[in-house]
Design a protein around this ligand. Structure first.
Ligand code: CA
Ligand code: ZN
Length: 299
């Protein structure tokens, strides 16, 4: 099943949006996306100041997943990411960590070929990821540039092929959407843009009953992680670690004190991004320690 962006895009995750499709749980869907500028910057001749800044971070959707109810978990397996043949980056005043030092908006087109992004005469390995992905939040809508407990603009480079995301469901049908693909991005996304690119993503969408989740989680072959967005990086990093420790303590026979020691020995506090209106951090635990503890989260 293919969902094109011409079927519907959103600029905020919002439980009031009409879904563009209803799909059964277990569906595998290919979702086409614009880049985060809605493909408005196709050459370096495009004046960045002249583009329509109301058309930023479109996410394709939302999709209504049958059977998903508030309190459930939406499981999203990222099967495949295909990206276009050129990316774009921008910098400018008040954007990103160098916004204070930059006096005008600039954009740069970066050709993508043979698994590399060309930056002048430098070759950057392609490191595909999804910036914006999530479900409708609990209360009012949240614009697609802002992350939160519903996901959204988490800009987490672990959100890539082979990863599985778990989102708390706040609205009937979950109302899933995604966009803002990057051909490459480093932790932090310090300029405020990754190598922004259009493309398509194939996901398998499932509903899990009976597991309470407050923030998104991510699993890949090696690790489980807790992802938290908050007003400061300190708070995001701490809440992510606390959430993981409590979840493991809840599932294992070890007391909280010992889980805390164990996580201090083997868990990683990592930065997703530091430039969106909220900061996003992840706490990452290797699966081998969970296996030894006999802890599983979603079974
Ligand atoms: Ca983003
Ligand atoms: Zn982006």
């Amino acid at each position: 099943m293919v969902v094109g962006y011409e079927e519907g895009i959103i600029y905020d995750f919002n439980k009031l949006h009409e879904p563009i499709r209803k799909v059964p749980a277990g569906s595998t869907v290919t979702i086409q996306t614009y880049d985060c500028f809605q493909n408005q910057i196709q050459s370096e001749q495009t004046e960045v100041t002249a583009i329509d800044w109301n058309k930023i971070n479109p996410a394709t959707g939302p999709l209504f997943i049958e059977g998903a109810m508030p309190g459930d978990v939406l499981k999203v397996k990222i099967e495949r990411i295909d990206i276009g043949e050129q990316g774009v980056m921008v910098v400018g005043p008040d954007l990103g960590v160098m916004g204070h030092a930059l006096s005008k908006m600039e954009s740069k087109i970066l050709p993508i070929r043979d698994e590399h992004v060309q930056f002048n005469n430098l070759q950057i390995p392609v490191n595909k990821m999804i910036g914006v992905i999530g479900v409708a939040p609990e209360g009012e809508g949240v614009n697609c540039g802002t992350p939160g407990a519903h996901g959204g603009n988490m800009d987490n480079k672990m959100v890539t092929e082979g990863a599985t995301l778990y989102f708390p469901v706040f609205a009937e049908g979950a109302l899933f959407a995604l966009g803002d693909l990057h051909a490459a991005m480093g932790d932090g996304e310090v300029s405020v843009s990754g190598v922004e690119v259009a493309g398509e993503v194939t996901v398998t969408l499932d509903v899990i009953k009976g597991v309470a989740l407050r923030h998104p989680m991510l699993e890949n072959e090696e690790v489980f992680s807790q992802i938290v967005s908050a007003p400061t990086l300190d708070e995001a990093a701490k809440t992510a670690a606390v959430g993981m420790i409590e979840r493991i303590a809840d599932k294992s026979s070890l007391p909280v004190s010992e889980v805390t020691m164990l996580m201090s020995a083997v868990g990683q506090s990592e930065i997703c991004q530091i430039v969106d209106p909220l900061m996003t951090a992840r706490f990452v635990v290797p699966k081998w320690v969970l296996d030894q503890l006999g802890v599983t989260f979603f079974e």
